[in-house]
Design a protein around this ligand. Sequence first.
Ligand code: EPZ
Length: 412
Amino acid sequence: MPLLKINGGKELTGSVYISGSKNSCLAILISALLFDGRICISNVPDILDIRKLLSIFNLLKIEYFFDNNSVIINSSGLDNTKVVSDDVKKFRASYYFMGLMLGRYHEVLINYPGGCRIGKRPIDFHLLGFELLGGKIEFWDDLIKITAEKLVGAEIFLPKKSVGATINIILCSCYAEGETIIHNASLEPEVCDVINFLNTGGFNIHIFDDSITIQGMKKVIAKSFSYKVMFDRIEAGTFICLGLLCGNLIIHNTNYKYLKNIIYPLIKANARIEIIEDKILVYKSNLKELMIETGDYPLFPTDMLQIFMVLMAFFGGRAKETIYEDRISSAEMLKRMGANVIYDKTSALFKPAKLVGSHVIGNDLRGATSLLLAGLASLGETHVAGYEYIERGYENIYEKIKAIGGDIVFEE
Ligand code: EPZ
């Protein structure tokens, strides 16, 4: 089994340049298919998830060009609304094809979308929205077929905030008759980035408190335009934690406005962090214990919890997960490295400890990334199996780490 070997305990110093947001890009690239025109989307990270999405574009014979972190899509309408392949099954963000195809073509046949093993990942809220807009849903084995005679704007109350369901209902309502209102909508920065993209292209979508209104357009928008995707705040948060553990980093291409919920608890725990325009200066710090509970934006982001658990393994603290059933389980690998931790399905309690290099296994994107950070911060050699998960969400991660002095190599 291929392993990533980390020779840890080294001081890391230098600059890190944050890439575009994975979760914004995945939604924006699919949203672009609502338009007829030549759409240039920049700041697209070259990561496995983007490559996986573009392979589905190939399946659908969508014309695109991907170079130098920009994707140019020549969208002139699809002649196929079947999104059925093994890639679709394994790839959670493929669910956005449901909202897009139902919204523009009034039909879609798609595999039930998969995703990381951090929890069940249901799509009942998505389907609720599609039905309220006029969709008729049928299940055939692991396929979902949705059709609509016509789509009419509706008032939709989401039982729980959901990034995916919010975006999917927006996509489905863009060409519905009249106005759609989504209550209890997710307002994560990535959702707002998708709304900004759609409005740049001529749609009429607005946010009022935690509701989003979408004015349905009467005909397909034919327009060519460009759009730059926001930075990846989870990648930025990851490197902030690495700097606190291992050295002095200058993190470029950020926007503090979207990082407050990550940086504030660190400042409270004595982290040495400075903000200078779009740069974050991070210094190795001796932190007080961290008490973190995840929640919907603007609360602490669930995607950062496993990364913060590495800080807790060294400095102590308590992690509480409220979004997914199985994120905390990556504490087991930190325990194998010497962390003094007790944990259950939703919480982990850490006492300060010194971690040492070990053989560990990553099982999901953020869990595997947390082991990379733990290995860099621990004396000795750490061998990470499952490092491929990291490449799903972090562009050029190995080059970025080597550039600041990280000692990592691959082992067959
Ligand atoms: C998005 O997942 C992100 N993925 C996740 O990032 C992120 O952790 C999550 O939002 C929360 O912020 C992408 O954007 C591709 P949800 P999503 O719908 O949309 C429940 C990463 O590491 N729920 O906001 O799937 C669900 O079980 C990934 O980049 C339902 O019950 O998440 C969860 O408990 C991991 N029914 C909660 O809502 C539904 O129909 C939030 O899920 C939908 C969701």
